[in-house]
Ligand binder design. Sequence first.
Ligand SMILES: O=c1ccn([C@H]2C[C@H](O)[C@@H](CO)O2)c(=O)[nH]1
Ligand SMILES: [Zn+2]
Length: 140
Amino acid sequence: MKELELIKEAYLAQDFSYTPYSNFKVGAALLGKNGKVYRGCNIENAAYTPTNCAERTAFFKAISEGVKDFEAIAVVGNLEGASSGDFEYCAPCGVCRQVMAEFCDPKEFRVILARSEEDYQVYTLEQLLPLSFTEKDLNK
Ligand SMILES: O=c1ccn([C@H]2C[C@H](O)[C@@H](CO)O2)c(=O)[nH]1
Ligand SMILES: [Zn+2]
């Protein structure tokens, strides 16, 4: 699947974002090695901390269906208000990066950060989460 197709899926997911508190709408589309796409949006809560990010929604949907092998994720946010000079792509939070590290190969898994269908950047998970703590560290 091409990056553009995955970005389009992330924008479709963003439409369902539930954000009455931040009004910051995020969409994600996770591509499994099985060729299927798992969409996710952020889901907020009046108690704030139960909020789930778009990326984790997509991961947990896939994992709850028995899928644990992934190729890439596209992430889109509504960053029109970002002042110039800011990093104007919606980068995954640390918690979501840690969830990615649990299931994805750090050198292979690609994180596509898009601010339009044509304008995006691609990172490996290792670039976003160097020196990660994973299962291998527990077994030392
Ligand atoms: O990569 C990100 C960054 C933020 N959020 C959500 C969490 C919260 O609902 C809102 C503001 O932080 O954006 C995501 O879903 N993914
Ligand atoms: Zn997150």
